[in-house]
Ligand binder design. Structure first.
Ligand code: PPS
Length: 307
């Protein structure tokens, strides 16, 4: 059963809003930093599927399609915490009480592994056997403005992160990369720059919102998996925001409120493209666009801020 009482959470409650700790220059939640030695030596397996995003670029959105594609069966739509935990876990985020690395080491193959790490911090074992076996890595990116708004609301409810402050204060931190997992700009560019030299499928949240079926077919092609159209129908249904929001595994209601306080802001908040317009003032948007042009100069990577 899921931890619901404070005593089930163990020491987690002691660490309300601790300071971020830099790991190789990237600010990381102190809990993840404590487990860093285990992340560094983490042993990837040849059939692992790694799903990487900057925080709030919508992990969950891809989790189901990936679990199903990796398992190759259609009876695994995860609605029970235990089912999902068995097949998918964060590499360095330790949901109480077991660190993700430990959960993963006990997990049967094929595993789907989630991470927010920037490219350069991904454990070496993921790339070591690159020539011998096919590594499967998916990166999912979301436009900076919506990503910032989503991260702001997450910061308000997530007690592992420092206080986000007011929206303008948080926006300043987001631009400066002074948030967990560092700079959005460096993160999206870092993975983009490696996508041709490594076998990485680079996806965009906005594309999934626009046409989920098309993107699932893209995933199927990349993973060389064939699914009946009825199974694709099921995936599309279970992956929609409205259905996922009601799924106890996806909406994180099993997480204790000392850790994620959904009364402050629900984990499955809005799930849209363009919500940033409700938060950025005209002046903030212009300032952000200027910074954006500078930081993204020289990259071919482009985003849509509306669809
Ligand atoms: S985390 O904490 O980084 O793992 O969060 P993550 O799941 O990456 O991102 C949370 C945001 O993703 C939205 N979301 C979805 N949008 C559309 N469809 C589906 N199925 C879906 N699942 C999650 C979620 O609502 C958060 O975005 P915002 O903009 O805050 O609503």
């Amino acid at each position: 059963s899921s931890p619901s009482k404070v005593e089930d959470v163990g020491p987690m409650m002691e660490f309300s809003r601790p300071k971020l700790v830099p790991i190789h220059g990237i600010p990381i939640v102190s809990y993840f930093a404590e487990n860093w030695d285990n992340v560094k030596v983490f042993q990837a397996r040849p059939d692992d599927l790694l799903l990487a995003t900057f925080p709030k670029a919508v992990f969950l959105f891809l989790s189901y399609p990936l679990i199903l594609l990796n398992e190759g069966t259609d009876d695994r739509i995860p609605c029970e915490p235990t089912t999902t935990r068995r097949m998918i876990a964060y590499m360095c985020i330790p949901p109480p009480p077991t660190p993700g690395t430990e959960q993963l080491s006990q997990m049967d193959s094929p595993r789907v592994i989630k991470t927010h790490l920037p490219f350069q911090l991904v454990p070496k074992s993921f790339w070591e056997q690159d020539c011998k076996v096919r590594k499967q890595v998916i990166y999912m990116a979301r436009n900076a403005k919506d990503n910032a708004v989503s991260y702001y609301h997450f910061g308000r409810m997530n007690k592992l992160d420092p206080e986000p402050g007011t929206w303008p204060q948080f926006l300043g931190k987001f631009i400066a990369g002074n948030v967990t997992f560092g700079s959005w700009f460096d993160h999206v560019k870092g993975w983009w720059d490696k996508k041709d030299s490594h076998r990485i499928l680079y996806l965009f949240y906005e594309d999934l919102k626009e046409d989920l079926r098309r993107e699932i077919h893209k995933l199927m092609a990349f993973l060389e998996k064939d699914l009946e159209e009825e199974v694709v129908d099921k995936i599309v249904h279970h992956t929609s925001f409205e259905v996922m929001k009601e799924n106890p595994m996806a909406n994180y209601t099993s997480m204790p409120s000392v850790f994620l306080d959904q009364k402050v802001s629900p984990f499955m908040r809005k799930g849209t493209v363009g919500d940033w317009k409700n938060y950025f003032t005209v002046a903030q948007s212009e300032m952000f666009d200027k910074v954006y042009r500078e930081k993204m100069a020289g990259t071919k990577l482009t985003f849509r801020t509306q669809i």
